[in-house]
Ligand binder design. Sequence first.
Ligand SMILES: [Zn+2]
Length: 248
Amino acid sequence: MANFQTHLNTSLVISTGLSVFGYMHDLYGIITAVFCVLIGTMGGLLPDIDLESSTPAQVGFFWASLGVATLMAVLYAMHRTGADVLVHTLLIWAVGFCVVRLGVFGLFSYLTVHRGMVHSVPYVAMCGLLVVYGSFWGLKTTAFVSWLFGVFLFFGGLVHLLLDEIYSVNVLNVSLKRSAGTAFKFYERKKPWRYFILYTLIAVLVFFAPDYHDTWRVMKALAISLFELGEKLPLPDELLERITQHLP
Ligand SMILES: [Zn+2]
């Protein structure tokens, strides 16, 4: 498997690239763009939260949590006015840090062994959906921005799993290490019930999630633009107008 530094660098570079790409197409503002980078990087570290005894992991999780909490506070402060804004902002910052550091990075590491469920595609998908919910109902971002954050976490996680899978192939000898096939997985035979619950949870989360159609259309357009190196996104004006209103 790839080490912590490799995961950090790779997810940071890929998230930054994708985020800048969307920013250059005027899909969102600079704060959303920075948020995307942070969340994508967090996603790239997420599957190894059960390895957090190592020092770089500890430091990485600390800064990722601090960054996300700070941006949550900034996002909140930008949309509110009144006497209590400062107190509320500080509260959100403190609570946000604890929730991300202990909740997201901490809690699940107790529930699993390394390369267990945390290290699977459906788990990363569930975390992405939780980000969509937290952003939409917690931070009151638009459905488009909420899904954007969720997708960035999901992509970051996928990059992590793929990277581990690639590293388990010994390139020079073209032989497979014993860990091959354990990184990028959708299911484990030994834990049918746990996966059943996980997939059920995902289905429920998708069912009640905010509307994803705008995000889906934008992603398709971005993919086409990325592969054809097009200048302008092939998106109708009414859609662009809808997703870019009240942009942070
Ligand atoms: Zn890993």
